[in-house]
Design a protein around this ligand. Structure first.
Ligand SMILES: C[S@@+](CC[C@H](N)C(=O)[O-])C[C@H]1O[C@@H](n2cnc3c(N)ncnc32)[C@H](O)[C@@H]1O
Length: 486
């Protein structure tokens, strides 16, 4: 669903103690749970007034009608959409006309359009959302804003104590990087837009407010629509995620009825699964996201290991005597000075990773391959082992990196598993344990791959041997071929 990865995707490692400027977490709004089987056409009376008013507003605006087969309900994931009758797979469950969409176009057409025109899209939408929130009764989106939560379990809202639970993880460094980025964007927008335009922003916007808006966009915006990279769709954004859904194409823009007599673009959501009345409608937010991404963006993770991942960052060192040649080769083959490889649990190493590693480790007697006469062929050579020394160095460096990363976590996999078995923990601690266990499992998997490779070093075929074979000077069994003079 929301894939605001373009906002930032920092891989930088940051360290404790945390910066003191960190914003504090908004308390999650307590929204009591109630039944999820909402079979009547009217909304359940146990549901808070805010949700009832929102539903009423949607009806008055013609967004929902007797034909709409879903309505808001309280579910374990917070608010969600519940089927009011049986729904077949691919049935349209809701349509929201364009005039309700919250996106950069809506900002441009609003009172703050002219002052937001040079801003990053997400910042302009965040300001718009905040302004609507502060306008209260004056806002035409009031009933929608009233049903938005005060936060999520995203790691950007975790306390210092909670963040200690993800010590040593990539999730921690990404979280701190994102927080630093959002905070600096806030200070900039405060100075350049908010404070100089008191008439348009006649209220105080704090860093916590800005983080709230960022978290809402990150967890609720749809990003894969045609022409729409960042759009929040009231009502549609009540839909929750389920791992049971394995397809992603549930949302689309279509021409449809935007009122009793008008037609416009509508955002259309289809159910990926067939459902019985009373069941919750789910979608798949993003198949590609790791559990760490899910924790940061949405504030929940999946329990299975499919989303366990670790990003390996490899870099051509400027102090490498062959820096310029290696960089040239990397760049000619779609890489750069730094390369990021997302390694997933249970999957083979990403394409290009071994080649990039062999390039990084190239030196000594193999350095002749860096000469310009080999420039067009070198990437092909790197597909297979170059020399024992090269392959051995790769194994050593990677295994050492895994060992060092593994030593940065404050618990072992076994300890995490024991804690998990004991159960009875907060959602955030459960996420922390899941992510740190997942990262360690991937690191162990990487270590295993290179450990096994170390045992094969004597049996691999290297560049020189292949070359001699190509020239017909070595037989398939490695025997030297002699020529008898005729
Ligand atoms: C697009 S909103 C969905 C509506 C939301 N449940 C609400 O109460 O407003 C996304 C947020 O819903 C929650 N959510 C969605 N799917 C979930 C899941 N499978 N497990 C836990 N929380 C989920 C998370 O807080 C997430 O950030």
């Amino acid at each position: 669903m929301a894939s605001l990865s373009s906002i930032t995707n920092s891989q930088t490692r940051c360290h404790f103690p945390l910066s003191k400027t960190r914003p504090t977490f908004h308390q999650l709004k307590k929204r009591s749970l109630s039944v999820n089987a909402l079979l009547s056409k009217e909304i359940d009376q146990n549901i808070p007034q805010t949700v009832q008013r929102f539903w009423q507003w949607l009806k008055e605006e013609g967004v929902v009608s007797a034909k709409t087969p879903v309505k808001p309900g309280f579910v374990p994931e917070g608010l969600g959409l519940v089927a009011t009758r049986d729904i077949s797979r691919n049935d349209v469950v809701l349509e929201v006309p364009k005039r309700f969409w919250i996106n950069p176009d809506a900002v441009a057409a609003s009172e703050i359009g002219s002052i937001c025109s040079g801003l990053k899209p997400w910042i302009s939408v965040a300001l718009f959302l905040l302004r609507e929130k502060f306008k209260g009764d004056e806002s035409k989106l009031k009933y929608y804003i009233d049903v938005l939560p005060e936060g999520t379990n995203s790691t950007i809202y975790w306390s210092e104590e909670e963040l200690l639970e993800i010590q040593g993880t990539q999730l921690l460094s990404t979280t701190l990087g994102v927080k630093e980025y959002v905070q600096s964007e806030f200070l900039k927008v405060q100075e350049e837009i908010i404070l100089p335009n008191k008439k348009l922003f006649p209220f105080t916007i704090t860093s916590d407010d800005f983080f709230w808006a960022f978290g809402m966009l990150r967890s609720r915006a749809f990003s894969r629509l045609r022409n729409q990279n960042l759009v929040v769709i009231p009502f549609a954004d009540l839909i929750n995620h389920s791992a049971k859904v394995t397809t992603e194409d549930h949302a689309q823009e279509a021409r449809g009825a935007a009122g009793l007599f008008s037609w416009d673009y509508v955002f259309q959501l289809r159910s990926p699964l067939s459902l019985k009345a009373g069941e919750q409608v789910f979608i798949q937010y993003d198949l590609k996201k790791s559990n760490a991404d899910m924790a940061l963006d949405y504030g929940f993770i999946e329990p299975n290991s499919d989303r366990d991942a670790f990003t390996l960052t490899l870099e051509i060192s400027e102090s490498d005597e062959f820096y310029a040649d290696k960089l040239d080769i990397a760049e000619s083959n779609g890489f750069g000075e730094t390369a990021y490889f997302d390694i997933k649990y249970g999957q083979s190493l990403p394409t290009g990773m071994l080649l990039y590693l062999r390039l990084l480790a190239l030196g000594g007697q193999d350095a002749f391959l860096l000469e310009s006469i080999f420039r067009n062929k070198i990437w092909g050579f790197l597909e297979l082992p170059i020399s024992r020394a090269n392959e051995e160095l790769i194994c050593r460096v990677i295994r050492k990196a895994c060992e060092s990363a593994l030593s940065g976590y404050h618990t072992t996999i076994e300890e995490d598993e024991k804690l998990k078995e004991e159960g009875n923990m907060s959602a955030r601690l459960e996420m922390a344990i899941g992510v740190r266990r997942g990262e360690k499992r991937v690191l162990q998997q990487i270590d295993e791959i290179f450990k096994e490779r170390e045992t094969e070093l004597d049996f691999l075929e290297y560049y020189q041997e292949r070359r001699l074979k190509d020239l017909g000077l070595v037989g398939e069994q490695g025997d030297i071929i002699f020529w008898e003079p005729k």
